[in-house]
Design a protein around this ligand. Structure first.
Ligand SMILES: Cc1cc2nc3c(=O)[nH]c(=O)nc-3n(C[C@H](O)[C@H](O)[C@H](O)COP(=O)(O)OP(=O)(O)OC[C@H]3O[C@@H](n4cnc5c(N)ncnc54)[C@H](O)[C@@H]3O)c2cc1C
Ligand SMILES: C=CC1=C(C)c2cc3[nH]c(cc4nc(cc5[nH]c(cc1n2)c(C)c5CCC(=O)O)C(CCC(=O)O)=C4C)c(C)c3C=C
Length: 477
């Protein structure tokens, strides 16, 4: 029996870990410590009084795979099924994704036809690259940049345009620095196990965790959902978990409780807050890696250094609302390769996948412009001194140039998301291995979860919370 477990950080990772702890009878008490005044971390939705919803963080969650099923199982258990807004594979938002290249929007090729023909901005049919891919030898290195991996296997053009853009739309990062092994383990494993991405995709690229689909996950398969959100925005997930934890009576939820220092004690840890201390037998840290690093005692070197070396980038998220229907194309949105514009990463056409979030009873268009990421400082300067007005101006000009929109937005919101996305650089897996073995060797009562380590998607982070609880208590959910 574990007496007290402290969960540090009340983002979706810390909340998910607390949720799973509550599901077992083996824990007497859970204390969740969050520095800010709200739970949810980057899951942050603005609900305007007229009914419109705007997302300042994640906006669509994928149901696919073990981690996707796992989140749906939790969402069902929390009673959120009636709130779900699914987007099916046949929806235009799933079919149409654009790239903005050479000052033009290009629909990304899809389906057999798209692969057989030359589709600009590409100079030749992609089917050739895919056919040749099967013959490319497998790499002997234990990690590689995403750009180098795809350049080698699929050609420089695809790597420069499509892969570069994809990395900006998932990691707000630079494909030339990010690790293929840590960012796209499925692709890395496909090469290692099958010798090819194409064969890996067709034959499978290794075992994945076993997560039986509950009723909601089964529904997502039957109705072929590509992604989903919630009627009142994704922030409903942390809100529902918080409510669930409160009702359980076993979790002490503390907001405005920044963890300052952690020190070892006879039975576990003493956690120092601004106004007092908390004792715990075990810590599950769902803090960003650098925040944990600065709280650990000096006895935890080299862990401190390895955590400190996990960098993050800043993204400016600009939500815009326009009157009327102003888009020249319809789809999920467009991404922009770094060769086209370093500062503007892409634009999401939120009204297309989720029209339910528009202001009711009138026609409006909601867009989100994402800027900065790995290029933030170079393009916009120091995030601590940048002016929100300047970011808004850059975003509205981008919408004007790239989408030909001539009207000004009727409403806007600029969120400067500082250090919001960790960057798994080449060799990241080695840091993770070293950290986990240090913890094991020294029997530290500490688990590491959250977006800093093994996946940044909401699904990955929820799953990291579940895995930590299972390993700690030796249970299986
Ligand atoms: C703009 C944007 C768009 C995204 N889009 C998607 C998407 O479409 N789909 C998807 O799946 N994912 C998306 N993501 C990724 C996903 O949202 C995040 O990776 C995930 O929410 C991270 O959760 P976390 O709990 O690990 O971290 P966080 O949300 O960062 O939580 C950490 C918590 O710790 C708290 N904290 C920090 N320091 C201390 C301290 N000293 N003491 C106590 N508490 C502390 C923080 O306040 C925070 O609440 C997006 C992220 C961003 C930023
Ligand atoms: C089309 C434009 C997009 C922009 C701009 C964009 C920005 C952006 N996204 C993240 C983080 C994530 N995005 C994820 C999924 C995702 N993002 C887009 C498009 C844009 N993102 C799409 C079409 C998708 C769905 C992918 C798919 O269905 O194949 C995810 C989750 C990935 C997963 O494994 O589930 C994350 C994480 C950031 C930080 C960002 C800021 C620039």
């Amino acid at each position: 029996l574990m007496r007290t477990i402290a969960v540090l950080g009340g983002g979706i990772g810390g909340l998910a870990a607390s949720y799973y702890l509550c599901k077992t009878p083996q824990v007497t008490k859970v204390i969740l410590l969050e520095s800010s005044s709200r739970f949810g971390g980057w899951l942050w939705s603005t609900r305007r009084s007229d009914g419109a919803v705007f997302e300042h963080g994640p906006r669509g969650i994928r149901p696919a795979g073990a981690v996707g099923r796992n989140t749906l199982n939790m969402v069902k258990d929390l009673g959120l099924e009636a709130e779900i807004l699914p987007v099916t594979y046949s929806h235009v938002a799933s079919k149409n994704r654009y790239l903005y290249v050479n000052k033009q929007l290009h629909k990304m090729p899809s389906g057999i036809r798209g692969l057989l023909h030359t589709v600009p901005p590409f100079s030749h049919p992609l089917v050739f690259d895919i056919a040749k891919e099967i013959l490319v030898k497998k790499s002997k290195t234990d990690d590689e940049s995403i750009h180098s991996f795809f350049s080698r296997r699929l050609g420089k053009e695809l790597a420069d345009i499509a892969v570069d853009s994809l990395c900006r739309g998932v990691f707000a990062g630079d494909s030339r620095k990010l690790s293929v092994r840590s960012c796209f383990p499925l692709f890395y494993n496909a090469e290692q196990r099958r010798g090819s991405l194409t064969l890996g995709m067709l034959l499978g690229s290794g075992p994945s965790p076993v997560v039986p689909p509950g009723p909601l996950a089964q529904r997502s398969v039957k109705e072929s959902w590509a992604q989903w959100s919630l009627r009142r925005g994704v922030e409903s997930i942390p809100e529902s978990i918080t409510e669930f934890l409160q009702q359980s009576g076993r979790v002490e939820l503390r907001r405005d409780a920044a963890v300052k220092q952690i020190s070892p004690s006879a039975s576990g840890w003493t956690i120092h807050l601004e106004d007092g201390v908390v004792s715990a037998d075990h810590i599950i840290s769902a803090l960003p890696a650098k925040a944990l690093s600065s709280a650990l005692p000096s006895s935890c070197q080299p862990l401190i250094q390895q955590l400190q070396d996990i960098h993050t980038v800043t993204v400016a998220v600009v939500n815009l609302e326009y009157e009327g229907s102003i888009l020249p194309v319809t789809g999920f949105g467009h991404l922009i390769p770094s060769s086209e514009d370093r500062g503007i990463l892409g634009v999401v056409y939120d009204s297309v996948p989720f029209p339910q979030h528009n202001r009711p009873d009138t026609t409006t268009t909601r867009l989100t412009v994402m800027m900065g990421g790995a290029w933030f400082d170079e393009v916009f300067g120091d995030p601590d001194t940048v002016m929100k007005e300047a970011l808004l101006e850059t975003a509205t000009r981008a919408v004007q140039c790239q989408l030909g929109v001539t009207t000004e937005p009727s409403w806007s919101w600029v969120a400067l998301q500082k250090d919001c996305i960790p960057q798994y650089y080449q060799g990241h897996f080695r840091k993770i291995d070293l950290m986990r073995s240090f913890i094991k060797k020294n029997n530290l009562p500490l688990s590491l979860i959250g977006s800093s380590y093994e996946g940044v998607s909401v699904n990955d982070v929820v799953f990291s919370g579940r895995t930590a609880v299972e390993e700690l208590l030796g249970t299986k959910f």
